[in-house]
Design a protein around this ligand. Structure first.
Ligand code: NI
Length: 174
């Protein structure tokens, strides 16, 4: 079994910081991190996880937006949004760093993302629907952005207050 990592919750400061590009010299460390991040994501369970969520300030995300019976893990190093459709879509989102909190978020329906594979090869992925939302949500994490930032202030504050209350209750239980 691959080791899993503790997931950081809001308001951990690293979740609001801009992550640094992965350098070319870190291949082994990055590969090991990717494996742990995937194991952490599947265990949670979640469909995406960004390195800052496990306390690592590097531009790397893992995701699996495929059907449950057909695992399709993806690792994106230094991902970059290069195109987004005019067409928008509303989708309910959650985040492993804001456990049990969900809200509708409006984003471009289709996006194109450029990234490096773990071997350092240039790759491109185009996604729509869930994959598109997932790619955008995870890349946002690398810029310190969270899905609640797309909500009205009122809704965001309500959700963050509820989260803080739930996390406090959880600490008391533990
Ligand atoms: Ni998230």
């Amino acid at each position: 079994m691959t080791e899993t990592l503790p997931i950081l919750y809001v308001p951990a400061p690293i979740l609001r910081q801009k992550a640094k590009p992965v350098g070319t010299g870190d291949a082994d460390a990055v590969r090991a991190l990717a494996e742990k991040m995937l194991a952490t994501m599947y265990k949670a369970p979640g469909v995406g996880l960004a390195a800052p969520q496990v306390g690592v300030g590097l531009r790397m995300v893992v995701l699996d937006c495929g059907p449950k019976d057909a695992p399709a893990p993806m690792v994106l190093v230094n991902p970059e949004l290069v195109a987004a459709s005019q067409e928008l879509a509303v989708r309910e989102e959650g985040c492993l760093s804001l456990p049990n909190q969900f809200a509708d978020v409006t984003r471009p329906y289709r996006v194109k993302v450029r990234y490096l594979s773990l071997d350092g090869a240039k790759q491109e992925v185009e996604g729509e629907g869930l994959l598109s939302a997932c790619l955008q949500h995870e890349i946002d994490h690398l810029d310190g952005k969270l899905f609640v930032d797309y909500l009205s202030i009122l809704k965001r504050n309500m959700l963050l207050r509820r989260l803080a209350k739930e996390l406090k209750a959880k600490v008391r239980e533990d």
